[in-house]
Design a protein around this ligand. Structure first.
Ligand SMILES: Cc1ncc(COP(=O)(O)O)c(C=O)c1O
Length: 407
């Protein structure tokens, strides 16, 4: 039954009328179109989750085993702490940071890599509201919103040329020459999203020199560790940089490499110039986290802790991760073989490639061929399967030639 609102209540200004209409999220729109597409041979290269050769995103066996163990042994769901599960943070730190000087680091558990990045942005703003954050063009779309939400100013530097599939390293270094002391530079540790293009070890060293010379703070996003060349290899360049700088921030995600996307599990570490400063940063991180989510969700952290605490489960997890990585790399090699213009895809790593396609070509591939990609040309390599790769390659070829003519 409809309630009749008194006229004086209807007449006064209403809070939500002041809000602007927002366009539908591009990814959700794509998902909606994909789900409603009746074609049985449609190809999903859009959404950024790992898929196996059958297009499934299964729960990893190691995670299943850890969950069984937790059901048997967990005796309470009471709050743990605002910083999360200390044992989880220490075990994950060994995997992410390796043998770092731990007393100069503080770490907290966060709801996913997204929570880690948002917490990092809030901490930077609290410490220095004037700090500007440098983002490469392009970068993960959500970086902009996460940094801006904390009230920080964003500056962009060139990173990747989509037409030639190359990292614009010299242009990046030139742009960063105008950074101010105290500015923050966001770097992808490995498996860059959306391009798949990573820095070489020599380029990481050059970045380290620039960061130190200009007094910048690296904010490192490590969301795909293990999906490029291996858990250790994917962190190696980042660790070398961390050893060479006095201060840094590291945001890690367990969504992809543990397949725990919806459990929302990640961590944030701050490297400070002294143990005292690290403790101070920790106190501030906890204060900020209390005002955002109070306590992080536990289940994903408990699963990761259970895996990393057991030699057997760790071995099972590493083997599964290796299978995922091998599949991604073999799809890269197959695609490069089938489409010689995309030879660079085989040199890149992780889940994504940013193909040299314009928006019209991406839309055409969707409408005419049922091939779904993000409108900027980002494709999820994990959406390729032995069964759909030849059809994808054949559909793609004419558009690549077209894209080259246009440029
Ligand atoms: C580059 C990058 N960083 C961070 C994240 C955050 O991951 P999550 O919040 O799901 O752990 C993602 C997810 O897609 C990403 O691509």
């Amino acid at each position: 039954m409809e309630t009749i609102m008194p006229s004086h209540l209807l007449a006064r200004p209403h809070l939500f009328d002041a809000l602007d209409d927002q366009p539908l999220d591009a990814m959700l729109t794509l998902l909606h179109l994909l789900r409603n597409d009746p074609r049985s041979d449609k190809i999903d290269l859009g959404i950024g989750v790992y898929g196996d050769d059958n297009g499934c995103t299964p729960v990893m066996q190691a995670a299943k085993m850890a969950e069984r163990n937790l059901i048997e042994t967990q005796t309470s769901k009471a709050y743990l702490a605002a910083e999360g599960d200390a044992h989880f943070i220490n075990l994950l730190a060994q995997r992410v940071l390796g043998g770092a000087e731990v007393n100069r680091y503080c770490g907290v558990q966060t709801p996913g890599g997204t929570g880690a990045l948002r917490l990092a942005a809030e901490l930077i703003h609290k410490a220095n509201p004037e700090a500007r954050v440098w983002l490469g063009t392009p970068t993960w779309i959500n970086h902009h919103a996460l940094i801006r939400s904390a009230g920080l100013h964003i500056l962009e530097h060139p990173f990747f040329d989509q037409a030639t599939q190359s990292v614009l390293f010299d242009e990046m270094m030139t742009a960063l020459e105008s950074a101010r002391t105290g500015d923050v530079v966001l770097l992808h540790a490995c498996c860059h999203n959306p391009t798949g293009a990573d820095f070489t070890p020599a380029q990481w060293r050059t970045i380290g020199e620039l960061v130190n010379r200009k007094g910048l703070i690296p904010l490192i996003d490590i969301a795909y560790q293990g999906l490029g060349h291996g858990m250790e290899a994917d962190a190696a360049a980042m660790r070398t940089l961390l050893d060479s700088v006095p201060e840094a921030i590291i945001a890690a995600s367990c969504s992809k490499n543990f397949g725990l996307y919806r459990e929302r599990i990640g961590a944030l570490w701050v490297k400070a110039d002294s143990a005292t400063a690290a403790l101070r940063a920790r106190g501030n991180l906890i204060l900020i986290a209390r005002a955002m989510w109070s306590m992080p969700p536990d289940h994903g952290a408990a699963v990761v802790r259970t895996i990393l605490d057991s030699t057997d489960l760790t071995q099972i997890w590493l083997t599964e991760l290796e299978q995922m990585r091998t599949r991604l790399n073999s799809m890269r090699a197959e695609l490069a073989k089938a489409v010689p213009q995309l030879a660079s895809v085989a040199q890149q790593s992780g889940m994504f490639a940013l193909l040299p396609l314009n928006r019209e070509a991406v839309a055409d591939l969707r409408v005419k061929h049922g091939i779904y990609m993000v409108e900027n040309g980002r494709m999820n390599i994990a959406g390729l399967q032995a069964g759909n790769l030849p059809r994808f390659a054949a559909a793609l070829k004419p558009y690549l030639q077209g894209a080259q003519h246009e440029r």
